[in-house]
Ligand binder design. Structure first.
Ligand code: 1HN
Length: 349
């Protein structure tokens, strides 16, 4: 060993001895971790991944024989990112799960400070109730449960109904701000007829004394797919965005901001044969194919998808999408949080 080598190794040992002495006092040297703490570019733990809906649905139906919705409280198979196993996360900041409710079942009312969104994927005849109003769930409908609103689900139809849940659980967990309570009623008492919130807040008008505030969840809780689909179809005549095709974001009609303060939701249409140009953004995003089929290329790796398949694109990974047929994609991410904090970035090839 050269003299220089020896000196370096001694220095190393002296430092290690120092680290060990300060460790019992809950002290640790920054210089050993600084690079990892403040990386040059995002280092999400989430990995690119796709879930086959057909596979997940079969297991979910099997779960339907194992446990009732009431016993489970919510009969859900969590979509766990392979890079985040054991943490109930689909991305570093968000939760996703597939929920099943069978005919005549009820998922009992409760409320929590975590906000939820739902995207209906298959079956008809179930309802979700938010704050005393029920809405019938139809495929493609985007439904939200704002923080601390009572919500329950039921199925008065004849088919199993499956939807995707998205929640901001990891964000609320990081902030240690989670509260939950049950409701005295298993199913909330219906206080308003179906369509009340849509008529009151979702028709380009607002009650005259109503003032929507930024960060306060919208009173509108259902965004029907028929309406969203019509908007997409109309704008699909204009010039196409080479990174997105035609893309819309869901908004709170009172503020123009995202309907959920912590989660942004989007719907886009890609014409048949389109391949989008490479795009990165800092919001890790969950995509669901509602119509058509194609492939996502994440950092060049191909993930073929068909209807109801779900794939995730981690922060700052390059995404290209190829549509074999006219394709509509729903997506959600933590973008509004990043934008409020001045953190959000995007980059277009
Ligand atoms: C929840 O309340 C629902 O209301 C779904 O359907 C999934 C995951 C964790 C915590 C609460 C629902 C949930 C959840």
């Amino acid at each position: 060993m050269s003299l220089e080598h020896q000196k370096a190794s001694q220095g190393h040992n002296i430092r290690q001895e120092f680290y060990q002495r300060i460790d019992p006092h809950n002290l640790t040297p920054l210089w050993e971790v600084l690079g990892a703490l403040v990386p040059e570019t995002p280092t999400p733990q989430a990995q690119p991944h796709k879930w086959d809906f057909a596979l997940a649905r079969d297991y979910l139906m099997e779960a339907g024989d194992l446990i009732t919705a009431e016993e489970a409280e919510r009969r859900v198979l969590v979509l766990e990112n392979p890079g985040l196993r054991g943490q109930s996360r689909i991305t570093d900041s968000l939760y996703a799960g597939l929920q099943l409710i069978l005919p005549n079942e009820v998922a009992p009312a409760h409320r929590h400070t975590q906000s939820a969104l739902r995207l209906v994927l298959s079956g008809e005849g179930a309802y979700t109730a938010v704050d005393g109003e029920r809405t019938t769930m139809r495929r493609g409908d985007f439904i939200i449960t704002p923080a601390w609103t009572y919500h329950d689900h039921g199925n008065e139809g004849t088919e199993p109904v499956i939807w995707l849940d998205g929640l901001d659980i990891p964000i609320v967990e990081m902030l240690s701000s989670g509260f939950r309570e049950g409701s005295p009623e298993k199913s909330q008492i219906v206080e308003r007829e179906e369509g009340d919130s849509l008529a009151r807040y979702g028709n380009n008008m607002l009650p005259v004394n109503f003032e929507g505030k930024q960060g306060q969840a919208t009173k509108l809780f259902v965004y029907p797919y028929v309406d969203a689909r019509r908007s997409l179809e109309k704008i699909a005549n204009s010039s196409v965005d080479e990174h997105f095709g035609y893309k819309l974001r869901y908004t709170d009609p009172a503020t123009g901001s995202s309907p959920i303060p912590t989660i942004g939701a989007f719907l886009q249409l890609l014409p048949k044969g389109m391949r989008t140009r490479g795009y990165r953004s800092t919001d890790s995003t969950i995509y669901v194919c509602l119509e058509g089929h194609g492939s996502a290329f994440i950092e060049g790796e191909r993930f073929p998808f068909v209807e109801n398949d779900i794939f995730i694109v981690p922060s700052w990974k390059e995404l290209e999408i190829e549509a074999d047929e006219e394709t509509t994609l729903y997506s959600y991410s933590d973008r509004p949080v990043q934008q409020m904090l001045g953190l959000w970035r995007e980059s277009r090839a």
